[in-house]
Design a protein around this ligand. Structure first.
Ligand code: ADP
Ligand code: MG
Length: 462
Protein backbone atom coordinates (compact mmCIF):
# COMPACT_ATOMS: atom_id res chain seq x y z
CA UNK A 1 0.00 0.00 0.00
CA UNK A 2 1.15 3.52 -0.84
CA UNK A 3 1.44 5.69 2.27
CA UNK A 4 1.73 9.16 0.77
CA UNK A 5 0.98 10.32 -2.75
CA UNK A 6 3.40 12.70 -4.51
CA UNK A 7 0.71 15.35 -4.18
CA UNK A 8 0.72 14.98 -0.39
CA UNK A 9 4.51 14.97 -0.36
CA UNK A 10 4.51 18.33 -2.13
CA UNK A 11 1.63 19.97 -0.25
CA UNK A 12 2.48 18.78 3.27
CA UNK A 13 6.03 20.24 3.65
CA UNK A 14 4.87 23.59 2.28
CA UNK A 15 1.93 23.65 4.66
CA UNK A 16 4.11 22.69 7.63
CA UNK A 17 6.74 25.29 6.75
CA UNK A 18 4.22 28.07 6.29
CA UNK A 19 2.28 26.85 9.33
CA UNK A 20 5.35 27.27 11.52
CA UNK A 21 6.19 30.62 9.92
CA UNK A 22 2.66 31.92 10.34
CA UNK A 23 2.69 31.04 14.04
CA UNK A 24 6.17 32.33 14.88
CA UNK A 25 6.08 35.56 12.88
CA UNK A 26 2.82 36.93 14.37
CA UNK A 27 3.84 35.91 17.89
CA UNK A 28 7.14 37.77 17.54
CA UNK A 29 5.46 40.75 15.91
CA UNK A 30 2.84 41.02 18.65
CA UNK A 31 5.47 40.76 21.38
CA UNK A 32 7.68 43.35 19.69
CA UNK A 33 4.73 45.64 19.22
CA UNK A 34 3.62 45.23 22.85
CA UNK A 35 7.13 45.96 24.06
CA UNK A 36 7.42 49.13 21.94
CA UNK A 37 3.92 50.19 22.88
CA UNK A 38 4.52 49.77 26.59
CA UNK A 39 7.75 51.80 26.34
CA UNK A 40 5.80 54.61 24.71
CA UNK A 41 3.03 54.18 27.31
CA UNK A 42 5.53 54.49 30.17
CA UNK A 43 7.23 57.55 28.67
CA UNK A 44 3.90 59.27 28.16
CA UNK A 45 2.67 58.60 31.70
CA UNK A 46 6.03 59.66 33.11
CA UNK A 47 5.51 62.93 31.26
CA UNK A 48 2.09 63.37 32.83
CA UNK A 49 3.51 62.78 36.28
CA UNK A 50 6.17 65.42 35.68
CA UNK A 51 3.54 67.91 34.50
CA UNK A 52 1.42 67.16 37.56
CA UNK A 53 4.41 67.77 39.82
CA UNK A 54 5.57 70.91 38.06
CA UNK A 55 2.15 72.52 37.88
CA UNK A 56 1.59 71.81 41.55
CA UNK A 57 -1.44 69.68 40.75
CA UNK A 58 -0.02 67.07 43.01
CA UNK A 59 -1.30 68.79 46.06
CA UNK A 60 -4.62 69.66 44.48
CA UNK A 61 -7.73 67.58 44.34
CA UNK A 62 -6.82 64.08 43.12
CA UNK A 63 -10.21 63.76 41.41
CA UNK A 64 -9.19 66.47 38.98
CA UNK A 65 -6.12 64.51 37.96
CA UNK A 66 -8.26 61.43 37.51
CA UNK A 67 -10.63 63.32 35.21
CA UNK A 68 -7.85 65.06 33.27
CA UNK A 69 -5.81 61.94 32.46
CA UNK A 70 -8.26 59.04 32.95
CA UNK A 71 -6.02 57.57 35.62
CA UNK A 72 -6.46 56.62 39.28
CA UNK A 73 -4.53 58.31 42.06
CA UNK A 74 -3.69 56.89 45.50
CA UNK A 75 -1.71 58.54 48.30
CA UNK A 76 -0.17 56.47 51.09
CA UNK A 77 1.34 57.63 54.33
CA UNK A 78 4.87 56.66 55.30
CA UNK A 79 3.38 53.82 57.39
CA UNK A 80 1.53 52.63 54.27
CA UNK A 81 -1.89 53.77 55.50
CA UNK A 82 -4.06 55.03 52.70
CA UNK A 83 -4.55 58.78 52.89
CA UNK A 84 -6.56 59.30 49.74
CA UNK A 85 -7.75 57.31 46.72
CA UNK A 86 -9.84 57.76 43.62
CA UNK A 87 -10.39 53.98 43.49
CA UNK A 88 -13.63 53.31 45.25
CA UNK A 89 -14.96 49.93 44.33
CA UNK A 90 -12.10 47.82 45.65
CA UNK A 91 -13.29 44.57 47.31
CA UNK A 92 -13.05 44.52 51.09
CA UNK A 93 -10.38 41.83 51.11
CA UNK A 94 -8.04 44.09 49.14
CA UNK A 95 -8.71 47.13 51.28
CA UNK A 96 -6.94 45.74 54.35
CA UNK A 97 -3.79 47.67 55.11
CA UNK A 98 -1.19 44.92 54.62
CA UNK A 99 -2.89 43.42 51.62
CA UNK A 100 -3.11 46.73 49.84
CA UNK A 101 0.50 47.66 50.72
CA UNK A 102 1.58 44.26 49.42
CA UNK A 103 -0.45 44.62 46.19
CA UNK A 104 0.94 48.11 45.65
CA UNK A 105 4.50 46.84 46.37
CA UNK A 106 5.01 49.72 48.77
CA UNK A 107 7.85 47.99 50.64
CA UNK A 108 9.87 47.65 47.39
CA UNK A 109 9.07 51.25 46.45
CA UNK A 110 10.20 52.45 49.81
CA UNK A 111 13.51 50.64 49.46
CA UNK A 112 14.04 52.01 45.95
CA UNK A 113 13.49 55.58 47.16
CA UNK A 114 15.69 55.02 50.20
CA UNK A 115 18.57 53.86 48.06
CA UNK A 116 17.96 56.99 46.03
CA UNK A 117 18.94 55.21 42.88
CA UNK A 118 15.61 55.54 41.20
CA UNK A 119 13.96 58.81 40.46
CA UNK A 120 11.17 57.12 38.56
CA UNK A 121 9.74 54.01 40.14
CA UNK A 122 7.12 51.94 38.29
CA UNK A 123 5.43 48.61 38.94
CA UNK A 124 2.73 46.49 37.30
CA UNK A 125 -0.08 45.98 39.76
CA UNK A 126 -3.45 44.19 39.83
CA UNK A 127 -6.21 45.77 41.84
CA UNK A 128 -9.83 44.68 41.86
CA UNK A 129 -9.08 42.34 38.96
CA UNK A 130 -7.74 45.18 36.77
CA UNK A 131 -4.17 45.69 35.62
CA UNK A 132 -2.39 48.99 36.17
CA UNK A 133 1.00 50.44 35.61
CA UNK A 134 1.79 52.43 38.74
CA UNK A 135 4.09 55.45 38.76
CA UNK A 136 5.35 56.42 42.26
CA UNK A 137 6.45 59.82 43.52
CA UNK A 138 7.81 60.56 46.97
CA UNK A 139 5.96 63.38 48.71
CA UNK A 140 6.90 65.33 51.82
CA UNK A 141 6.72 63.45 55.13
CA UNK A 142 7.63 60.17 53.38
CA UNK A 143 4.25 59.89 51.74
CA UNK A 144 3.79 58.12 48.45
CA UNK A 145 1.94 59.57 45.50
CA UNK A 146 0.79 56.74 43.17
CA UNK A 147 -0.47 57.36 39.62
CA UNK A 148 -2.28 54.21 38.35
CA UNK A 149 -2.72 53.99 34.62
CA UNK A 150 -4.97 51.13 33.41
CA UNK A 151 -3.24 48.73 31.06
CA UNK A 152 -6.45 47.66 29.24
CA UNK A 153 -5.31 49.67 26.22
CA UNK A 154 -2.18 47.56 25.80
CA UNK A 155 -3.97 44.23 26.12
CA UNK A 156 -6.75 45.45 23.86
CA UNK A 157 -4.23 46.53 21.21
CA UNK A 158 -2.40 43.21 21.65
CA UNK A 159 -5.60 41.25 21.17
CA UNK A 160 -6.57 43.20 18.03
CA UNK A 161 -3.11 42.74 16.55
CA UNK A 162 -3.14 39.02 17.34
CA UNK A 163 -6.50 38.67 15.61
CA UNK A 164 -5.23 40.50 12.51
CA UNK A 165 -2.12 38.36 12.41
CA UNK A 166 -4.16 35.20 12.81
CA UNK A 167 -6.38 36.30 9.92
CA UNK A 168 -3.36 36.93 7.70
CA UNK A 169 -1.84 33.59 8.72
CA UNK A 170 -5.02 31.71 7.80
CA UNK A 171 -5.17 33.55 4.47
CA UNK A 172 -1.52 32.77 3.68
CA UNK A 173 -1.95 29.12 4.67
CA UNK A 174 -5.02 28.79 2.44
CA UNK A 175 -3.14 30.36 -0.46
CA UNK A 176 -0.13 28.10 0.12
CA UNK A 177 -2.40 25.05 0.30
CA UNK A 178 -4.14 26.04 -2.95
CA UNK A 179 -0.94 26.88 -4.84
CA UNK A 180 0.95 23.79 -3.71
CA UNK A 181 -2.10 21.66 -4.49
CA UNK A 182 -2.13 23.14 -8.01
CA UNK A 183 1.63 22.56 -8.45
CA UNK A 184 1.26 19.02 -7.16
CA UNK A 185 -1.62 18.38 -9.52
CA UNK A 186 0.37 19.72 -12.49
CA UNK A 187 3.13 17.29 -11.71
CA UNK A 188 1.09 14.27 -10.77
CA UNK A 189 -1.56 14.43 -13.50
CA UNK A 190 0.77 13.47 -16.38
CA UNK A 191 2.30 10.82 -14.14
CA UNK A 192 -1.15 9.39 -13.42
CA UNK A 193 -1.81 9.33 -17.18
CA UNK A 194 1.47 7.52 -17.70
CA UNK A 195 0.61 4.99 -15.00
CA UNK A 196 -2.77 4.33 -16.66
CA UNK A 197 -1.02 3.91 -19.99
CA UNK A 198 1.54 1.53 -18.44
CA UNK A 199 -1.30 -0.58 -17.08
CA UNK A 200 -2.80 -0.76 -20.57
CA UNK A 201 0.55 -1.83 -21.98
CA UNK A 202 0.88 -4.42 -19.22
CA UNK A 203 -2.49 -5.80 -20.31
CA UNK A 204 -1.02 -6.28 -23.77
CA UNK A 205 -2.51 -3.26 -25.53
CA UNK A 206 0.50 -2.00 -27.49
CA UNK A 207 -1.46 0.00 -30.07
CA UNK A 208 -2.18 2.96 -27.78
CA UNK A 209 0.18 5.94 -27.57
CA UNK A 210 0.47 8.02 -24.43
CA UNK A 211 -0.56 11.65 -25.03
CA UNK A 212 2.35 14.06 -24.46
CA UNK A 213 0.93 16.93 -22.44
CA UNK A 214 4.07 18.52 -21.04
CA UNK A 215 7.40 19.53 -22.53
CA UNK A 216 9.41 18.66 -19.42
CA UNK A 217 11.08 15.55 -17.97
CA UNK A 218 7.71 13.83 -17.67
CA UNK A 219 7.03 14.65 -21.33
CA UNK A 220 10.41 13.10 -22.19
CA UNK A 221 9.45 10.06 -20.16
CA UNK A 222 6.19 9.75 -22.12
CA UNK A 223 8.09 10.03 -25.43
CA UNK A 224 10.58 7.37 -24.30
CA UNK A 225 7.71 5.19 -23.15
CA UNK A 226 5.92 5.53 -26.49
CA UNK A 227 9.12 4.60 -28.28
CA UNK A 228 9.55 1.61 -26.01
CA UNK A 229 5.96 0.45 -26.64
CA UNK A 230 6.46 0.79 -30.36
CA UNK A 231 9.69 -1.22 -30.26
CA UNK A 232 7.96 -3.79 -28.10
CA UNK A 233 5.12 -4.03 -30.59
CA UNK A 234 7.54 -4.46 -33.47
CA UNK A 235 9.48 -7.21 -31.78
CA UNK A 236 6.27 -8.90 -30.68
CA UNK A 237 4.97 -8.79 -34.26
CA UNK A 238 8.28 -10.19 -35.50
CA UNK A 239 8.09 -12.95 -32.93
CA UNK A 240 4.54 -13.80 -33.98
CA UNK A 241 5.63 -13.88 -37.60
CA UNK A 242 8.63 -16.06 -36.80
CA UNK A 243 6.35 -18.41 -34.90
CA UNK A 244 3.89 -18.53 -37.76
CA UNK A 245 6.74 -19.23 -40.16
CA UNK A 246 8.00 -22.05 -38.01
CA UNK A 247 4.53 -23.55 -37.64
CA UNK A 248 3.85 -23.17 -41.34
CA UNK A 249 7.18 -24.81 -42.10
CA UNK A 250 6.51 -27.80 -39.88
CA UNK A 251 2.97 -28.25 -41.16
CA UNK A 252 4.03 -27.90 -44.76
CA UNK A 253 6.83 -30.41 -44.41
CA UNK A 254 4.53 -33.07 -43.02
CA UNK A 255 1.62 -32.48 -45.40
CA UNK A 256 3.26 -31.64 -48.69
CA UNK A 257 4.60 -35.11 -49.46
CA UNK A 258 1.45 -36.85 -48.30
CA UNK A 259 -0.62 -34.68 -50.65
CA UNK A 260 1.64 -34.83 -53.66
CA UNK A 261 1.66 -38.60 -54.02
CA UNK A 262 -2.10 -39.15 -54.22
CA UNK A 263 -2.25 -36.03 -56.36
CA UNK A 264 0.00 -37.56 -59.02
CA UNK A 265 -2.14 -40.72 -59.03
CA UNK A 266 -5.25 -38.59 -59.50
CA UNK A 267 -3.60 -36.66 -62.32
CA UNK A 268 -2.49 -39.86 -64.05
CA UNK A 269 -5.90 -41.51 -63.72
CA UNK A 270 -7.72 -38.42 -65.01
CA UNK A 271 -5.39 -38.24 -68.01
CA UNK A 272 -5.98 -41.94 -68.72
CA UNK A 273 -9.72 -41.41 -68.54
CA UNK A 274 -9.43 -38.48 -70.93
CA UNK A 275 -7.65 -40.66 -73.49
CA UNK A 276 -10.34 -43.32 -73.46
CA UNK A 277 -12.56 -43.59 -76.56
CA UNK A 278 -16.28 -42.80 -76.22
CA UNK A 279 -15.78 -40.06 -73.67
CA UNK A 280 -18.72 -37.70 -73.94
CA UNK A 281 -18.11 -33.95 -74.26
CA UNK A 282 -19.63 -33.41 -70.85
CA UNK A 283 -17.34 -35.98 -69.24
CA UNK A 284 -14.34 -34.50 -71.04
CA UNK A 285 -15.13 -31.06 -69.70
CA UNK A 286 -15.44 -32.37 -66.16
CA UNK A 287 -12.15 -34.25 -66.46
CA UNK A 288 -10.40 -31.16 -67.78
CA UNK A 289 -11.78 -29.20 -64.87
CA UNK A 290 -10.53 -31.87 -62.46
CA UNK A 291 -7.06 -31.69 -64.05
CA UNK A 292 -7.03 -27.92 -63.79
CA UNK A 293 -7.86 -28.04 -60.11
CA UNK A 294 -5.25 -30.74 -59.54
CA UNK A 295 -2.68 -28.39 -61.10
CA UNK A 296 -3.76 -25.67 -58.75
CA UNK A 297 -3.39 -27.89 -55.68
CA UNK A 298 -0.01 -28.95 -57.03
CA UNK A 299 1.14 -25.31 -57.28
CA UNK A 300 0.13 -24.67 -53.69
CA UNK A 301 1.83 -27.81 -52.46
CA UNK A 302 4.96 -26.97 -54.43
CA UNK A 303 5.01 -23.47 -52.91
CA UNK A 304 4.61 -25.02 -49.47
CA UNK A 305 7.44 -27.44 -50.10
CA UNK A 306 9.73 -24.67 -51.32
CA UNK A 307 8.87 -22.75 -48.24
CA UNK A 308 9.34 -25.61 -45.84
CA UNK A 309 12.26 -27.46 -47.40
CA UNK A 310 15.45 -27.11 -45.40
CA UNK A 311 17.45 -25.33 -48.05
CA UNK A 312 21.01 -25.85 -48.99
CA UNK A 313 22.39 -23.17 -51.30
CA UNK A 314 24.03 -24.26 -54.49
CA UNK A 315 26.32 -21.26 -54.90
CA UNK A 316 28.03 -20.71 -58.20
CA UNK A 317 29.98 -17.72 -59.43
CA UNK A 318 28.12 -16.49 -62.50
CA UNK A 319 26.55 -13.52 -64.30
CA UNK A 320 23.14 -12.42 -63.19
CA UNK A 321 21.77 -10.95 -66.42
CA UNK A 322 21.49 -14.24 -68.38
CA UNK A 323 19.66 -15.81 -65.43
CA UNK A 324 17.10 -13.00 -65.40
CA UNK A 325 16.78 -13.14 -69.18
CA UNK A 326 16.05 -16.88 -69.10
CA UNK A 327 13.15 -16.28 -66.68
CA UNK A 328 11.77 -13.45 -68.82
CA UNK A 329 12.04 -15.56 -71.96
CA UNK A 330 9.88 -18.19 -70.27
CA UNK A 331 7.27 -15.61 -69.39
CA UNK A 332 7.28 -13.64 -72.61
CA UNK A 333 4.26 -15.29 -74.18
CA UNK A 334 2.28 -14.89 -71.01
CA UNK A 335 3.18 -11.19 -70.77
CA UNK A 336 2.20 -10.49 -74.35
CA UNK A 337 -1.06 -12.31 -73.79
CA UNK A 338 -1.82 -9.94 -70.91
CA UNK A 339 -0.89 -6.92 -73.03
CA UNK A 340 2.05 -6.11 -70.82
CA UNK A 341 5.02 -4.27 -72.22
CA UNK A 342 8.41 -5.26 -70.88
CA UNK A 343 11.13 -2.62 -70.54
CA UNK A 344 14.61 -3.92 -69.79
CA UNK A 345 17.39 -1.85 -68.24
CA UNK A 346 19.90 -4.57 -67.45
CA UNK A 347 23.48 -3.51 -66.88
CA UNK A 348 25.49 -5.98 -68.98
CA UNK A 349 28.72 -4.93 -67.24
CA UNK A 350 27.61 -6.38 -63.92
CA UNK A 351 30.40 -8.39 -62.34
CA UNK A 352 29.91 -12.11 -61.85
CA UNK A 353 29.19 -13.16 -58.29
CA UNK A 354 28.20 -16.20 -56.31
CA UNK A 355 24.49 -17.09 -56.07
CA UNK A 356 22.14 -20.03 -56.43
CA UNK A 357 20.67 -19.51 -59.89
CA UNK A 358 17.65 -21.80 -59.36
CA UNK A 359 16.62 -19.94 -56.25
CA UNK A 360 17.19 -16.48 -57.68
CA UNK A 361 15.17 -17.53 -60.74
CA UNK A 362 12.39 -18.65 -58.44
CA UNK A 363 12.41 -15.40 -56.47
CA UNK A 364 12.56 -13.23 -59.60
CA UNK A 365 9.75 -15.23 -61.22
CA UNK A 366 7.54 -14.75 -58.15
CA UNK A 367 8.06 -10.99 -58.28
CA UNK A 368 7.41 -10.72 -62.03
CA UNK A 369 4.33 -12.94 -61.68
CA UNK A 370 2.99 -10.68 -58.95
CA UNK A 371 3.60 -7.65 -61.18
CA UNK A 372 1.76 -9.36 -64.02
CA UNK A 373 -1.14 -10.33 -61.79
CA UNK A 374 -1.42 -6.73 -60.62
CA UNK A 375 -2.06 -5.57 -64.20
CA UNK A 376 -5.12 -7.43 -65.51
CA UNK A 377 -5.79 -4.55 -67.91
CA UNK A 378 -2.24 -4.47 -69.25
CA UNK A 379 0.60 -2.08 -68.46
CA UNK A 380 4.37 -1.89 -68.27
CA UNK A 381 6.91 -3.88 -66.31
CA UNK A 382 10.35 -2.32 -66.06
CA UNK A 383 13.12 -4.68 -65.00
CA UNK A 384 16.51 -3.22 -64.17
CA UNK A 385 19.67 -4.66 -62.70
CA UNK A 386 22.49 -2.46 -61.48
CA UNK A 387 25.38 -2.35 -59.09
CA UNK A 388 25.43 -0.07 -56.11
CA UNK A 389 28.33 -0.12 -53.70
CA UNK A 390 28.89 -3.75 -52.73
CA UNK A 391 25.52 -5.00 -53.89
CA UNK A 392 23.58 -5.81 -56.99
CA UNK A 393 19.99 -4.70 -57.19
CA UNK A 394 17.23 -6.29 -59.22
CA UNK A 395 14.43 -3.77 -59.57
CA UNK A 396 10.96 -4.64 -60.86
CA UNK A 397 8.52 -1.77 -61.41
CA UNK A 398 4.92 -2.31 -62.47
CA UNK A 399 2.06 0.05 -63.30
CA UNK A 400 -0.52 -2.14 -61.62
CA UNK A 401 -3.11 -1.72 -58.89
CA UNK A 402 -0.60 -1.02 -56.12
CA UNK A 403 -0.78 -2.09 -52.48
CA UNK A 404 -2.62 -0.40 -49.61
CA UNK A 405 -0.59 0.88 -46.66
CA UNK A 406 -2.44 -1.51 -44.42
CA UNK A 407 -1.37 -4.53 -46.52
CA UNK A 408 2.22 -3.52 -47.09
CA UNK A 409 3.43 -4.63 -43.67
CA UNK A 410 1.93 -8.11 -44.11
CA UNK A 411 3.28 -8.87 -47.60
CA UNK A 412 6.03 -11.21 -46.42
CA UNK A 413 3.84 -13.16 -44.04
CA UNK A 414 3.22 -16.69 -45.31
CA UNK A 415 -0.35 -17.21 -46.52
CA UNK A 416 -1.02 -13.49 -46.80
CA UNK A 417 -2.85 -13.05 -50.07
CA UNK A 418 -5.46 -10.78 -51.59
CA UNK A 419 -6.03 -13.06 -54.58
CA UNK A 420 -8.83 -15.60 -54.83
CA UNK A 421 -6.45 -18.15 -56.28
CA UNK A 422 -3.30 -17.00 -54.49
CA UNK A 423 -1.26 -19.02 -52.02
CA UNK A 424 0.31 -16.12 -50.16
CA UNK A 425 3.64 -17.92 -50.25
CA UNK A 426 5.30 -16.07 -53.15
CA UNK A 427 6.80 -13.13 -51.27
CA UNK A 428 7.48 -15.19 -48.16
CA UNK A 429 9.66 -17.39 -50.38
CA UNK A 430 11.29 -14.36 -52.05
CA UNK A 431 12.26 -12.99 -48.67
CA UNK A 432 13.57 -16.33 -47.53
CA UNK A 433 15.68 -16.83 -50.67
CA UNK A 434 17.19 -13.37 -50.39
CA UNK A 435 17.89 -13.83 -46.71
CA UNK A 436 19.71 -17.06 -47.53
CA UNK A 437 21.90 -14.99 -49.87
CA UNK A 438 22.45 -12.41 -47.09
CA UNK A 439 20.38 -10.00 -49.16
CA UNK A 440 17.16 -8.08 -48.58
CA UNK A 441 13.93 -7.29 -50.34
CA UNK A 442 12.06 -3.97 -50.20
CA UNK A 443 8.65 -3.07 -51.55
CA UNK A 444 7.31 0.42 -52.14
CA UNK A 445 3.89 1.02 -53.59
CA UNK A 446 1.25 3.66 -54.28
CA UNK A 447 -2.29 2.38 -54.41
CA UNK A 448 -3.65 2.70 -57.95
CA UNK A 449 -0.29 3.69 -59.44
CA UNK A 450 2.03 0.73 -59.17
CA UNK A 451 4.61 -1.13 -57.17
CA UNK A 452 8.39 -1.23 -57.03
CA UNK A 453 10.22 -4.28 -55.72
CA UNK A 454 13.93 -4.06 -54.94
CA UNK A 455 15.95 -7.22 -54.38
CA UNK A 456 19.45 -6.59 -53.03
CA UNK A 457 22.15 -9.23 -53.33
CA UNK A 458 25.61 -8.75 -51.85
CA UNK A 459 28.51 -9.19 -54.25
CA UNK A 460 30.62 -10.82 -51.60
CA UNK A 461 28.47 -13.15 -49.60
CA UNK A 462 29.96 -13.94 -46.27
P1 ADP B 1 0.10 -14.39 -53.82
O1 ADP B 1 0.69 -13.85 -55.08
O2 ADP B 1 -0.12 -15.84 -53.87
O3 ADP B 1 -1.10 -13.64 -53.37
P2 ADP B 1 2.41 -13.25 -52.66
O4 ADP B 1 3.15 -13.52 -51.38
O5 ADP B 1 3.20 -13.36 -53.92
O6 ADP B 1 1.16 -14.19 -52.65
O7 ADP B 1 1.81 -11.81 -52.60
C1 ADP B 1 1.05 -11.46 -51.48
C2 ADP B 1 0.12 -10.30 -51.78
O8 ADP B 1 0.88 -9.15 -52.01
C3 ADP B 1 -0.69 -10.45 -53.05
O9 ADP B 1 -1.88 -11.16 -52.80
C4 ADP B 1 -0.98 -9.03 -53.45
O10 ADP B 1 -2.11 -8.55 -52.76
C5 ADP B 1 0.25 -8.30 -52.95
N1 ADP B 1 1.20 -7.98 -54.00
C6 ADP B 1 2.40 -8.56 -54.22
N2 ADP B 1 3.04 -8.01 -55.28
C7 ADP B 1 2.21 -7.06 -55.77
C8 ADP B 1 2.27 -6.13 -56.86
N3 ADP B 1 3.33 -6.08 -57.69
N4 ADP B 1 1.24 -5.29 -57.06
C9 ADP B 1 0.17 -5.35 -56.23
N5 ADP B 1 0.04 -6.19 -55.19
C10 ADP B 1 1.04 -7.04 -54.95
MG1 MG C 1 2.58 -14.21 -55.82
Amino acid sequence: MRRFSIQTKIVLPFLLLFGVISVIVPLLTVELFAWKYSEQFTRETQGWLEVIIETGFITEDIEKVKDAYSVEVMIFGSDFTMNASTLRDLPDSEQQLEVLAESMRLEQVKQSFQKGEATHVTHDVTLGGKHYKVFYHLLSFGRYYCLLRPMDEISEAKRTLTLYMLGIAILVMTLVALISHRIGKNITEPITDLVGFTEQVAEGNLDEQCAIKTQDEIGDLAVAFNQMTQDLKQSRDKLIQAERLATAGKMSASFAHEIRNPLSSMRMLSQMLLQRPHVSDEQRQSLEYILEEIERIDTIVKGLMDFARPTRLNLERQSLVPVLQSVLALMEANLTHHQIQLVLELDTELPAFAFDSDKIKQAFMNVVLNAMEAMSEGGTITVSAFKQEDSVCIKVIDTGIGISEEDIEHLFEPFFTRKTKGTGLGLANVKRILAEHAGTVEIASVLGEGTTVLMWLPLNMR
